[in-house]
Every structure is written in C-alpha cells, then in structure tokens.
Design a binder for this molecule. Sequence first.
Ligand SMILES: Nc1ncnc2c1ncn2[C@@H]1O[C@H](COP(=O)(O)OP(=O)(O)OP(=O)(O)O)[C@@H](O)[C@H]1O
Length: 240
Amino acid sequence: MSNGLRVESLTFSYGSKKALNNVSFDIAPGRFAALLGPNGAGKSTLFGLLTRLFTSSDGKIYVAGQELARNPRQALGQMGVVFQSQTLDLDLTIRQNLTYFAALHGLSGKSAAIRIDSALERLGIQDRAGEKARGLNGGHRRRTEIARALVHNPKVLLLDEATVGLDAAARQSITDHVHQLCADDGLTVLWATHLTDEVYDSDRLVVLHQGQILADGECADLRGDQTLKDYFLAKTGGAE
Ligand SMILES: Nc1ncnc2c1ncn2[C@@H]1O[C@H](COP(=O)(O)OP(=O)(O)OP(=O)(O)O)[C@@H](O)[C@H]1O
C-alpha cells in the first residue's frame, strides 16, 4: 500500500449530476502532483471527499496508507489542507493562529511552540510571527495558512487553488515554495489548479475534466513538444 495519496475508483454525484466518475490515481510519497482541471472539472468535489466534508461509498481513499473511511482519525491526522477560501482569524497574530490550530490537534506548550517555529521557518515568515493576520498581504496570509497546515507534521498536503487572488509575484513565490517543501521534506503534495504555469515539468500531472481523469503521468512526458497550455487546451477541448 502506497504511503502517499491513493484514490481508487471514486465516483460522486450531486443528485443526478455526476461530478466524479471512476477517478483513480496513486501519488508516491514525496511527490508533487498537480491536479489540473478547468472550472467545473470536479476538483473541489474531490477535495471535499479527501477531507471528508462529504463521503462516497463508491470508491476508496488512502492517506499515508490509512483508509479514510475505515480510519478517518488516523488518515486525517496525516493530512494538511489549505482551502481555496481564506480561513485565518484576522484579529489574531500569525503565531496565535497556529497555536490555536495546534491545540485542535492536541499539541500545546513547548512541543507546539517548537512545531510552530519550525513551520514558520519553513515558510520564511518567522520574523512576522507577532503580526496580526489582518496586516499581511495575500501572499503572506497564504504562507501562514500553509505553515498552519504543516504544524501537526502531516505526510500529505492538499492545496485547493492555493494561489487564487494573488498577484503574479506572490503566486510564483507560493508555487516555488510548495515545490521546495516537497523536495526538501519528502511531503506528498496534491496541488489543485487550473493554471498551467503552476505545473513544473518534473511534476506528476493528473488532468481532470468533467469528472474524469484524462491524463496521468510526468508533465514533461505528457506535454512532449507542446507547451503545457496547448496540451491542456487540446485535452479539454478548449476549456480553461
Ligand atoms: N452542490 C452542488 N450541486 C449540484 N452540482 C454541483 C454542486 N457542486 C458542484 N456541482 C457540479 O459538479 C461539477 C464539479 O464541480 P466542482 O466544484 O467540484 O468543480 P471544480 O473543478 O472545483 O470547479 P471550480 O474550480 O469552478 O470550483 C460541476 O459540474 C458543478 O457544477
């Protein structure tokens, strides 16, 4: 059993609308996988199932070797999540936001402080720890959310359109940073996006369209001589 992130034959419908149709992939530990899909592809639905916001009896999910439906606590304990919408308390400092989250994971005192310092350092924001989130720009708020998602030392990190609303420089910086976390710390990453410039040639690329996986492999191999944008547009029939 893979210790990364494995999805087996996952199907989910909203009433009669099938949002995911027999989706399977297996991301090896320490790999950065980009889940690339146009609007409506099913990315948020997949994230909802991965985080147990809702469930499906049709298919299986394994997080770091733990089956989500059977062992939800263990599986979710190995997972860090950065949601599309901002979820910081703006009236708390960066450190307070992380301390609160650490407590939710049963971490407090010195061990929490050590984990928090390490997460802040990994995201390069340790010198801002005492500042209120409200005063931070969008890029630093996102870094704070990523640091928070790492406080409990998860093996798998999920990010749903993590760069939404950021300017080009912050977008590039966050994308680079998460790739680096993967390379340095052996974190398994699932990065959902509809933006092809956030996917590197060495990434695992999973293309999702209308609830189905259209392609799965190393980005460089899949795109061949085409730009990724042209490849993606051709695969999805022009939907971006
Ligand atoms: N609550 C719902 N009820 C009915 N259909 C839904 C619901 N939520 C999503 N859908 C449909 O399911 C499909 C997948 O939607 P989903 O939000 O997962 O896609 P997405 O790739 O995350 O797109 P976006 O980036 O626009 O959020 C779409 O056709 C969408 O219209």
